[in-house]
Design a binder for this molecule. Structure first.
Ligand code: SAH
Length: 354
């Protein structure tokens, strides 16, 4: 069976043609998937029954099985999807005022090894396909009422997006096409650990996507401890690549900084951060750590966090504290996957518990 969402428009048209069917059906099928929010071919009620049957015999619309669907009081909903190979990923719908933001995954697991993050504890199993990335968007799209429309995409789920750019970019095309989800490119944010060659590639594509770079430390020694891939990259190289992106794209850069209690939250860290980021059109997004079961990292104390923010603001940085959404449903980064029974990787968790 083929994943319909991994089939290009041209392939679908050819498939129709080979069966003596009109090519315009391709656009109709597409419309159902994206705006009609069909859950199966059977829902595509203005297609002839025979065509629906033919499609169902050869394609699957959604290959992911929803193994968990959680809803928080703040309107956040999270899906745990299981692919036919039993791998699982998470994706989230966040409601804030009129805004409807979806957070999507790009890989099963992650190879970057950030020590505090639940997604990469067991490394990466595989890249998601374009269809699997698109499917997350469509499954989340379907959770909305008829009045709601998706407005933003953040690629901040499981995985390192820039390590799977070849599959992510066509998926984002689908998100932004007027006959796709119609989300403005300016409302797409890609979050990266900071891989300079891939950042440069993105720069050269001249997209209007927004880039967020996960910094998490103000010097190489500490960053390499928290973000091990930094060892062969260095902060300077990441910031230089971010500057090149900004010079081309002009969108304000975002740097993300997960505040880990007593690890990267000291006043001297804040002062160093001011020194390395000063003078940029950049937003520093400070994210208080969301504790992960089994990991020894802590949330920052209220006092440490306030002091840290004060130094950043006094230093002239544009700072925002990211408020948490969907706490009660393990909405952060790979946590739901780990908390669900039937996740075989949990038993392999080698980190100390406590
Ligand atoms: N690989 C990409 C996307 C990761 S998720 C990247 O590194 O940017 C998006 C952000 O959430 C990253 O900044 C990541 O470091 C952060 N994050 C991961 N786990 C977290 C946790 N438990 N608490 C707070 N932030 C976390």
């Amino acid at each position: 069976m083929k994943h319909l969402l991994d089939t290009t428009d041209d392939e679908l048209k050819q498939w129709l043609e080979e069966r003596g069917l009109p090519k315009y059906r391709a656009a109709q099928i597409r419309r159902w998937a994206y705006t009609g929010r069909a859950g199966s071919f059977d829902d595509m009620t203005d297609l002839p029954r025979e065509l629906r049957e033919k499609l169902a015999a050869e394609f699957t619309l959604f290959t992911g099985k929803v193994v968990a669907h959680k809803q928080a009081d703040d309107g956040t909903e999270k899906l745990l999807l299981e692919w036919p190979d039993a791998h699982r990923i998470e994706c989230v719908l966040i409601r804030e005022g009129k805004r409807r933001t979806i957070c999507i995954s790009t890989q099963v697991g992650c190879a970057m090894g950030c020590v505090f993050c639940a997604s990469g504890l067991d490394g990466v199993a595989r890249n998601l396909t374009t269809g699997e990335i698109v499917e997350q968007m469509l499954q989340l799209n379907r959770l909305q009422t008829a009045e709601e429309r998706l407005s933003n995409v953040v690629v901040m789920g499981m995985g390192e997006p820039l390590a799977n750019l070849d599959r992510l970019l066509p998926a984002l095309d689908q998100a932004t096409r007027p006959d796709g989800l119609g989300i403005g490119g300016r409302h797409v944010t890609i979050s990266t650990v900071g891989l300079p060659p891939a950042m440069d590639r993105l720069t050269e594509l001249h997209t209007n996507y927004h880039l967020a770079v996960s910094l998490h430390a103000p010097n190489d020694e500490l960053r390499t401890e928290i973000v091990p891939v930094n060892k062969s990259i260095t902060i300077q190289a990441v910031i230089d690549a971010a500057d090149r992106f900004f010079a081309d794209n002009g969108r304000r850069l975002t740097f993300e900084y997960v505040l880990l209690g007593e690890l990267n939250d000291r006043p001297e860290h804040a002062r160093e951060l001011v020194a390395i980021l000063r003078g940029r059109t950049a937003l520093l997004n400070v994210i208080p750590y969301n504790p992960v079961a089994g990991l020894p990292y802590r949330e920052p104390s209220h006092k440490a966090q306030e002091r840290f923010l004060e130094i950043l603001r006094d230093g002239g940085l544009n700072v925002q504290v990211r408020t948490r959404k969907g706490d009660q449903i393990d909405a952060a980064c790979g946590q739901l996957r780990r908390s669900m029974p039937g996740e075989p990787q949990v038993v392999a968790l080698a980190m100390p518990r406590g």
